[in-house]
Design a binder for this molecule. Structure first.
Ligand code: IPE
Ligand code: IPE
Ligand code: MG
Ligand code: MG
Ligand code: MG
Length: 325
């Protein structure tokens, strides 16, 4: 019930934002409208409002931060799709495909700028702290994205290294969304910090699920090009675990596929997937995902707030673990 009230607030705020964007230059603003209109799960703004909702009925003061964090997230996707050469996003051509790379860079930059403008409209009493948390997370996302790209061409990535990388590129933003929301809702700093920990662990679980879906999702619902991580030699948990669990022959076979030129993409995806199936990699990745989910739930349990509010967040986390896109 609360989540649907929050969703409605978010959709209203986002459409109002799109409606008041300038018309020109069209090459700058049209891709922003296109991106925001294509939906997405709106997970981060929901976390902002649910974080606030733990401490107050009146979540409206957290709305600018909710909008700002969703804008920031969408900015990262525009640039991420260039970096990952991903042609499809939310079932439609990604911005750099539909227009071109320069357009995706610049409209991304504009969304990033708007994100800060929105965050700056958070309540005075918490503004400094909100901006400190947000700018820290923003820089960490850049660090995570750089590591993700570095890892593509590295052969010595470890599972702890991977977990560190996904904490930065993905989890810190979910964590910051919750902490910022809580502060906007009047939470004491220590309680807001516990929510950060909840968000960090659920965020790690979320990216593990994203990596699982990249290999195993039913393409129509997924909205992205499945197998992209395999083609790009992304050092996901799945690949690292497969290298760890395989015997000498299978490891050689995997390493041959890693060295394969991109022209044999389809064959490569099928072959690597077959190795994953043989080794039970999906199950291993899901076990790791649930481990982080459980750590997150434990952190949530320690927050001093009403049980109903915490239940909303738990249900939200539950939904993320079983999603199909
Ligand atoms: C995609 O995030 C990028 C990752 C961090 C895995 P989401 O899966 O939240 O994307 P949308 O906004 O719902 O499309
Ligand atoms: C995305 O990770 C992380 C950020 C956008 C910061 P991915 O590259 O796995 O996300 P998708 O799969 O393209 O959504
Ligand atoms: Mg990426
Ligand atoms: Mg990507
Ligand atoms: Mg992915």
């Amino acid at each position: 019930v609360e989540l649907s009230r929050y969703s409605q607030l978010i959709e209203e705020t986002l459409s109002e934002f799109s409606r008041t964007l300038p018309q020109s230059p069209e090459g700058l603003y049209e891709p922003m409208r296109y991106t925001l209109a294509n939906g997405g799960k709106r997970m981060r703004p929901l976390l902002v409002l649910a974080g606030a909702g733990l401490f107050t009925r009146k979540v409206e003061p957290a709305l600018p931060a909710a909008l700002g964090i969703e804008l920031f997230h969408n900015f990262t996707l525009l640039h991420d799709d260039i970096m990952d050469q991903a042609p499809l996003r939310r079932g439609k051509p990604s911005v750099y495909k539909n227009w071109n790379t320069n357009i995706a860079i610049l409209s991304g930059d504009a969304m990033y700028t708007e994100a800060f403008r929105m965050l700056a409209q958070s309540p005075r009493e918490v503004l400094r702290e909100v901006l400190a948390i947000f700018t820290k997370a923003s820089l960490e996302v850049c660090e995570g994205q750089q590591l993700d790209i570095d890892f593509e061409s590295r052969g010595n990535v470890t599972i702890p290294g991977y977990l560190h990388m996904i904490s930065l590129k993905t989890a810190v933003l979910l964590a910051a969304a919750l902490e910022i929301g809580a502060l906007c809702g009047g939470a004491p700093a220590e309680e807001a910090k516990k929510l950060y920990t909840f968000g960090l662990q659920v965020g790690i679980a979320f990216q593990l699920q994203d990596d699982i879906l990249d290999v195993f999702a039913a393409s129509e619902k997924f909205g992205k090009t499945a197998g992209g991580d395999i083609v790009a030699n992304k050092k996901t948990f799945l690949l690292l675990k497969a290298l760890e669990l395989s015997d000498a022959n299978t490891r050689l076979e995997l390493q041959r596929w890693l060295a394969e030129p991109p022209s044999r993409a389809e064959e490569k995806v099928a072959a690597v997937k077959a190795i994953y199936d043989k080794l039970g990699i999906r199950e291993a990745a899901e076990a790791e995902m649930w481990k982080h989910y459980n750590e997150g739930i434990a952190a949530l349990g320690s927050v001093s707030a009403a049980a109903e509010g915490k239940m909303v967040l738990k249900q939200f986390a539950d939904q993320l673990m079983v999603r199909e896109h």
